[in-house]
Design a protein around this ligand. Structure first.
Ligand SMILES: Cc1cc2nc3c(=O)[nH]c(=O)nc-3n(C[C@H](O)[C@H](O)[C@H](O)COP(=O)(O)O)c2cc1C
Length: 355
């Protein structure tokens, strides 16, 4: 079985990664996370138009950082794609993957399983196997299918609490991760030539306590999205960041669904996915029967308000996970990465010392 610190020598155990939040996680945050001994991802999403410029910036920034130089010809950040965008995205991405050889591609939300196989095979071919394959899944069945068909290096196991998009039906991390671990271990034991992927946990991890829990469940590393929204390096409006800092009790103040995609016009997601965001006026009005047409009109008017458009009593989309109440202050992406990693180690060793 691969070892993440061996594959990514600049990283420290346990691996802390920043999720490839589309157009929010760009080269700036990705490099800061990697500089702090984690792995940062650039969220290219469904359209490759920003990919070359961001990879280029990441390359330049990494070349100025002693710990990130000379990484065996790989760029020490990853790149995330939304596969429902189709094969055009793959065609556009491949020459850039070949040129920059990022540390990982993070594949998410295919419309059919064959897409994952095409991305995996062609990425490995053009990068000579230097770019690792990470696939984000949320069910045991998907974990088994992806392991069989793609032999990924990493399965990102995303639980129900995750911010942004995920499966509308899936379990939380506490039952999901060990069940995936057991099922994938059994499959790889049965089929001797099938390497077991590393498991990286995602969904509801906001601090060292959540990270320590994920490690005890069988993860080799963790990914956060929502927590990094409160870093100055995340490419979001102040109004969005303030709404994240203000929200609490996310089990009741956030929900996963399709309303915000419908209002924003991002309706290409496969049916089984929804986006988790903070509930606001758009949601309340829809629940009380406002027509979609009127809701959209008000949404577009709110866009024009800028920062004032976000908040509990406003209308704009605030994608965030149910752990949002634990995000209480703005901190640099590097400090978040280091703090979560060191707190997790400290918690685990203090528990071990009492056994
Ligand atoms: C605002 C936001 C945008 C996201 N965008 C993407 C994306 O474009 N691609 C992707 O694979 N995951 C995306 N995610 C999901 C993350 O990769 C990850 O699974 C999630 O953030 C983990 O849960 P957490 O938010 O509780 O930390 C997004 C998450 C958030 C909060």
């Amino acid at each position: 079985m691969a070892d993440l610190q061996h594959d990514y020598p600049w990283t420290k155990y346990p691996l802390v990664a920043c999720g490839p939040m589309r157009l929010i996680a760009l080269s700036k945050i990705a490099v800061e996370v990697s500089k702090a001994g984690g792995l940062g991802f650039i969220g290219v999403g469904s359209d490759a138009s920003i990919m070359e410029a961001e990879l280029d910036k990441a390359k330049q920034q990494a070349s100025q950082t002693a710990t990130l130089q000379d990484q065996n010809e790989i760029l020490p950040v990853g790149v995330g794609f939304l596969l429902w965008a189709g094969d055009k995205l793959l065609e556009e991405a491949l020459p850039l993957l070949e040129k920059y050889k990022p540390a990982a591609v993070w594949l998410f939300a295919p419309t059919e399983p064959g897409q994952l196989v095409r991305w995996t095979e062609s990425t490995r071919r053009v990068t000579g196997g230097k770019t690792m394959i990470w696939v984000q899944i949320s069910t045991v069945a998907d974990a088994l299918e992806v392991t069989r068909t793609c032999q990924p290096d990493v399965l990102v196991v995303q639980g129900a609490d995750a911010g942004g998009h995920g499966l509308e039906k899936c379990a939380g991390l506490i039952p999901l991760l060990p069940e995936v671990d057991d099922a994938v271990s059994a499959l790889c034991k049965e089929q001797h030539d099938l390497p077991k992927p590393q498991l990286v946990a995602a969904g509801g991890i906001m601090d060292g306590r959540g990270a320590a829990a994920a490690l005890t469940l069988g993860a080799s590393g963790i990914t956060m999205g929502t927590r990094y929204l409160a870093s100055p390096e995340a490419n979001i409006a102040k109004g969005y960041r303030d709404a994240v800092l203000k929200a609490s009790d996310g089990g009741v103040t956030t929900e996963r669904g399709k309303l915000y995609d419908t209002l924003r016009g991002t309706t290409d997601w496969p049916l089984r996915y929804g986006g988790r965001g903070v509930l606001n006026e758009s949601h309340r009005d829809a629940a009380q029967g406002m027509s979609l047409e009127e809701n959209k009109r008000l949404y577009e008017a709110a866009v024009k308000k800028g920062d004032e458009g976000w908040g509990e009593s406003a209308r704009l989309t605030t994608y965030a996970g149910s752990g949002v109440g634990l995000v209480r202050e703005v901190k640099s992406a590097a400090d978040i990465t280091e703090e979560v990693r060191e707190d997790a180690k400290q918690i685990l060793s203090s528990i071990a010392s009492r056994l």
